[in-house]
Design a protein around this ligand. Sequence first.
Ligand code: EPZ
Length: 419
Amino acid sequence: MDKIIVKGGHALKGTIPISGAKNATLPALAATLLTGERIHLSNIPHLKDVTTMLELLGQHGSAITVDERLGVEIDNSGVNNFRAPYDLVRTMRASILVMGPLVARHGMAEISLPGGCAIGSRPVNLHIDGLRAMGAEITLDEGYIRARADRLHGAHIILNPVTVTGTENLLMAATLAKGRTILENAAREPEVTDLAIFLNKMGARIQGLGSSILVIDGVDELHGTEHRIIPDRIETATFMVAAAVTGGDILLTDTDPEALETPIQIMREAGMAVELPEPGRIRVHVPDALRPVDLETCPYPGFPTDLQAQMLVLNSLARGTSRITETVFENRFMHVSELQRLGADIRVHGNIAEVHGVDHLLGAPVMATDLRASASLVLAGLAARGATTISRVYHIDRGYERIEEKLQALGADIQRTTS
Ligand code: EPZ
């Protein structure tokens, strides 16, 4: 089991390139199942979750060529297996994204129910109800979702609560359904919009991009195309916080500040100098002391839940009291007890974390629990005095490409040990 050892106290300096977005790559890979023609995707991040999705596509019969420099070429003309097995789905819930495309193009799918995870029960009822509204016959047995449809038809679907992958699954299914589908209260995350742009390049007819009402007029088939995955906004913001908590000064490249409007506003309130020197680049440094900021996570364009853990670290080192409210997931404070081991003064009351800033954190052994929580432990380790050893780092590798290499390049003392 790999561990990461961070010795804190080094101000991060230098330039860091941002990778393609994990949460745009996964739906885009699933969307390739909607056509039998070749698709080329570039700016693909090298992440465990992406490898898992490619494995899943391979099991369906996809022919995949990975080009280290450019990305992946996918040919789904030979897809002949419509089952997403438990042993893959349990390692990555986003596997459910193949359900909409498989039912839409092949009329069937057998998808293992993803089950819950550390941050919540993570139901998929909206995915299922939406496909049923579009005419799919769906049964749940032996832990599998079994879906059948001769041809899906359009429907008017209201999504409540807002669901990112639920919106993506139904959006993909609707592209090949007969007639018009309206997705109301659709997720507006940049990754959803990037998927819609990609689908329209494949010949889909989607309107309302970026809004909460997506209107899709189904077509008979989609064609091949190429697409470049958007930068990872969560990776970007995670490294911005790393600069802030170490008193560093970094330049992030190959990124997109427009997808981070709310986080950048909050970070500036926290005392971070966030400069946009040129398109695709962000410079971050902290001229004075950090200030505590209150925030509430909510669907885009609100503050992302995937940045909640990182902001807890920032607030832990700011002078004063702050509150962070988690409204998206019911159990997303697992990292608090680990941060407390590092000396953070955080008290959780229901879905509110109350933070009292401390002068410094002290390194200690900690354990990662989920992807973004584990990133917050790295941030805390970078800021803490002494060494922090993080176990169960496989959580980190799911969503951050070569995190220790990127941080080493900024002067961090961070090593991975394989025991
Ligand atoms: C996506 O997960 C992201 N994953 C998550 O990122 C992210 O935290 C989340 O959206 C919220 O932004 C991917 O895009 C692969 P949801 P998703 O469906 O789609 C409830 C990361 O770290 N809900 O938007 O699974 C659900 O319980 C990951 O990269 C239902 O009730 O999240 C939650 O409370 C973690 N029924 C809320 O909606 C459903 O059918 C939002 O979940 C679906 C969801």
